[in-house]
Design a protein around this ligand. Sequence first.
Ligand SMILES: *Cc1c(COP(=O)(O)O)cnc(C)c1O
Length: 443
Amino acid sequence: MKKQFQPETLMMSHGYRPEWSEGAVKCPIFQTSTFVFDSAEQGKGFFEVAYGLREKGAKEKPGLIYSRLNNPDMQILEERLSLWDGAEECAVFESGMAAIATVLFEFLQPGDLLLYSNPLYGGTDHFVHHLLPKFGIDVLGFHPKASRSELEKILRNSGKADRLAMIYLETPANPTNDLVDIAMCREIADQFGHTDRQTLVAVDNTYLGPLWQHPLKHGADLVLYSATKYIGGHSDVIAGACLGSAALMTRVKTLRTFLGNMIAPYTGWLLLRSLETLKLRMEKQAENAQIIARRLINHPKIENVHYLGLLTISDGDAFVTYQKQCTSPGAMVSFEVVGGEPEAFAFLNHLKLVKLAVSLGSTESLAQHPASMTHAGVAPEDKLAFGIKDNLVRLSVGVENVEDLWWDLEQALAAVPQNGALNVHPVGKTMANKPEMVANLVM
Ligand SMILES: *Cc1c(COP(=O)(O)O)cnc(C)c1O
């Protein structure tokens, strides 16, 4: 009987055989641009499959041709990543933005409508608002707390519902942890879908994946990652991934071949290494985050804590969505310091252990100020609508000793003046709003 191993067990072995590489226990870095064919006939056969001129035989492995098309580090990484989401196939990219841009370009065409949840990651937001319209694609955003009937209304009022080609989601929303119900969006996609072309649901799962939320199981067609974050987990690579059915992924991989934005062998190898400790890291991060979030809510200089682990039945739909869609509250916590931007800055400036930096999901804890950093380009009225306040701090909890982390947070909070004494600026007027600012493009 063959035992079905769990993904965390398979991260050390799946898809690689030591006899391929002189018995090396680990997959080496295949730092090569091209691969030698045994014969001209074999080379011809590899190209026939790669170019879709014929179906791959049942026992036939796709032949290695050229590292823009395939490479062992890239393919083994794709096979291992697929296990967490239970996806048929995966494509890895040199950045999260490369994965997102490739998916949007492959599945949208002039005249199409894209419906997306707000707020989007800055880079995605820029792509949606500045690149897609150049190609005649209409875009429409919605509030992450919108109900099903509100979504239907937004679509109907747009007059473009019959052209809905994709619903694009980020859930939990960054930085507020608002949740969007993926299964509900699947139903809307089917309700408004074309008869000749399915409306796709794509989910950026960077915040909770690949461990704690599996969008494909809730009806999504495509899952996207910035592998720079939890998957890489050490703040030392930029990478991305997309997962879905074999049919959709063939299209994604084909466009990747021609854009040439695939992952490099060395980056792929680093991520193979990261995957071996993915579950250990993420579980420790979530354990730390739960302790910290519970202590933060009781701190007199904290007004409000946004963390999935603090949702209760009184949060209504958010709690229901959390229970059916997420398997852990994760390790992203955001909170409002009593006061405004000066108090939030005083806190950030006094941190000694936690690093003041954007990005997330790494072994070290990182803190930043969304209103002036990752979300600097969001219009003031949208900041207000999405809860990106001047006193909001976002914390990505790492694997450090939790008492050391708490010591740091407490001493930095102690340095914050009492009762918002520094908050001389009226809320909403402290930030210059320049949507074209480059700051909008960083995480
Ligand atoms: C960081 C991030 C991205 C972009 O990924 P890169 O690897 O920086 O290109 C996209 N979406 C989310 C949610 C992110 O956090």
